[in-house]
Ligand binder design. Structure first.
Ligand code: S3P
Length: 176
């Protein structure tokens, strides 16, 4: 499989609840590549959960950590990189993602995002009275950013992770 497309790393971008970690695992397995989950890496380097980082350092402190880890992994080959939903906010991140990796946008409706995240207690941005409204607001701002750096877009609403993974692989082969 790997000889059919480049050894560039593949970065999954998209909103909270798009399935980046789950699809990342399936893709890493199918392509025999190493998976890095940027949120998990940030937590392990900080020795603290994301909610703690948001609390103590604010969102900008978290974004600084996120950029550092993301840009580091974008320089590596053969990775599957599961990003956080806000990784595309900074222009520099978007530039590096689209230059150094193959970016896959997991497009997901707000309804599906909501179904998958409504019981979540770990995502600081969703710990609000109107979490669905927040998802809507974030998507409006971020959808054009995901689109602007993506080489491949797949819809995740109606399919299982394995099926999406197969579709991504088909599209990766078509890139060449
Ligand atoms: C965030 C998404 C989260 C995590 C952090 C901020 C965002 O990652 O990075 O809570 O800004 O959308 P997931 O997209 O993996 O939930």
């Amino acid at each position: 499989m790997s000889e059919t497309f480049t050894n560039k790393s593949i970065a999954l971008v998209g909103p909270m609840g798009a399935g980046k970690s789950t699809i990342g695992r399936a893709l890493a397995h199918a392509l025999n590549r190493h998976l890095v989950d940027i949120d998990t890496e940030i937590e392990s380097r900080a020795g603290a959960e994301i909610s703690w980082i948001f609390d103590k350092e604010g969102e900008q402190g978290f974004r600084d950590r996120e950029s550092k880890v993301l840009l580091e992994y974008c320089q590596r080959k053969d990775q599957i990189i599961a990003t956080g939903g806000g990784a595309v906010l900074r222009e520099n991140n978007r530039h590096t993602l689209s230059e150094s990796t193959i970016v896959v946008f997991l497009r997901t409706s707000v309804e599906t995002q909501w179904l998958r995240t409504k019981h979540d207690t770990k995502r600081p941005l969703l710990q609000t009275q109107d979490a669905k409204g927040k998802l809507q607001e974030l998507y409006q701002v971020r959808a054009p950013l995901y689109e602007s750096c993506a080489h491949i877009t797949v819809d995740t609403d109606k399919s299982e992770a394995d099926e999406i993974c197969r579709l991504i692989i088909t599209k990766l082969k078509q890139l060449r």
